[in-house]
Design a protein around this ligand. Structure first.
Ligand SMILES: Cc1cc2nc3c(=O)[nH]c(=O)nc-3n(C[C@H](O)[C@H](O)[C@H](O)COP(=O)(O)O)c2cc1C
Length: 355
């Protein structure tokens, strides 16, 4: 078999696969990405996913207006670790000129590979301001935003959106055309409507149809739960890439397994020791990240790590999902307020099977 060595990390693709996904000049290899998830996809988790074979990550959702005001919290969302690449800055807003100005600020930070505009967030606070999924009501506005932002920066501009606002108003064809006409270099489509949030099946047939209607890369998203499904989605629906959301929480190895399946290589699931090491790395990096955020926002420093522990529970219960000890220790873990103790308990549960 012939192999080609590709741009980042160590993917080695057999030649019989299609060429790697390119967004403008950026090679996304392998074509499996981590979906932006507010509260979950902070820098520490993103860096772990990238190391385990994820092709692209996104910042949490950042307001363009907040960037223009240099709001400390907003700017902290744009902090990345040096190893965090490639990464998209994921922004929202409604005013093309403000968004273009925010994009210039992002470009000047010199740490992002592309700028992604959110046109799919159903959160009322964001939609009330005309951002997120509210933009789907006005594809012409989307075209204008993409065009204005694209002209302002040299980074590629992309859009993450949904198939429509409601099942009765599915207008992704018009939205995708607007993105392409505005100069967008790729579109990420979550195959659910905004009113369905994250519930119910994703409509991959509609995503596949859009792939035939536009010539920019189409990346599908929604309802992928395993590496096998991620690879199958590309083969079955012809999309250029797949974005994985909730299934990656507690299982960043889904990217390693997707890459293995994509390159026809065997995959060895992580041992409990490896899982414990990744949990430890995640928790410690998260603590440093949250201390930095507190400093920037001039908040009291949470040195023992109670706030970090609270934040981490959402990840930890998923890392430990399926472990018979979790049911017994869940309450105890949730009441733990120091990082050292949380790690001790996790070690006991995972490695010493202390239940
Ligand atoms: C907790 C949570 C937060 C999310 N935050 C964002 C966000 O900030 N921006 C965005 O475009 N999508 C956001 N999403 C949607 C995901 O990016 C993704 O489209 C959705 O979860 C469907 O993928 P999945 O079925 O693989 O989870 C969020 C989803 C969840 C569950």
């Amino acid at each position: 078999m012939f192999f080609v060595i590709c741009q980042h990390t160590q993917p080695i693709l057999p030649m019989n696969h299609s060429p790697p996904l390119k967004i403008a000049d950026l090679i996304i290899d392998p074509p499996f990405m981590l979906a932006p998830m507010a509260g979950f996809t902070k820098s520490p988790f993103r860096s772990i996913c990238l190391r385990l074979g994820c092709g692209l990550v996104f910042t949490e959702l950042v307001t363009a207006e907040g960037i223009l005001r240099h709001r400390p919290r907003t700017m902290h969302y744009l902090e990345t670790l040096p190893e965090e690449t490639p990464i998209a800055a994921h922004i929202y807003g409604n005013n093309p000129d403000s968004m273009a100005e925010a994009a210039r600020v992002i470009e000047s930070l010199n740490r992002f590979s592309l700028i992604d505009i959110n046109c799919g967030c159903p959160v009322p606070k964001i939609m009330r301001r005309g951002g997120g999924a509210a933009l789907m009501k006005d594809p012409e506005k989307i075209r204008k935003i993409v065009e204005t932002v694209s002209k302002a920066v040299s980074l590629p501009v992309t859009v993450k959106t949904r198939i429509g606002l409601t099942p009765d108003s599915i207008n992704i064809s018009r939205v995708a055309r607007a993105v392409e006409e505005g100069g967008g270099r790729a579109i990420f489509i979550h195959g659910r409507t905004a009113n369905n949030r994250h519930n119910g099946p994703a409509d991959w047939e509609t995503i596949a149809r859009i792939k035939d209607e536009v010539s920019i890369p189409v990346i599908g998203n929604g309802g992928i739960t395993t590496a096998g499904e991620a690879v199958k989605a590309i083969k079955e629906y012809g999309v250029d890439g797949v974005m994985i959301g909730r299934a990656a929480i507690g299982n960043p190895w889904i990217f390693e397994e997707s890459l293995s399946r994509w390159t026809d290589q065997p995959f060895t699931p992580p041992t409990d020791q490896e899982r414990f090491e990744v949990i430890t790395e995640h928790l410690q990096k998260l603590h440093r990240f949250m201390l930095a955020e507190a400093r920037i926002r001039k908040r009291t420093l949470d040195k023992s790590g109670a706030a970090t522990c609270r934040h981490f529970y959402g990840h930890l219960v998923r890392y430990l999902a399926g472990d018979p000890g979790l049911t017994k220790f869940r309450k105890e873990i949730i009441q733990t307020t120091s990082i050292d103790n949380l790690l001790k308990k996790t070690r006991l549960l995972l490695l010493n099977k202390g239940y």
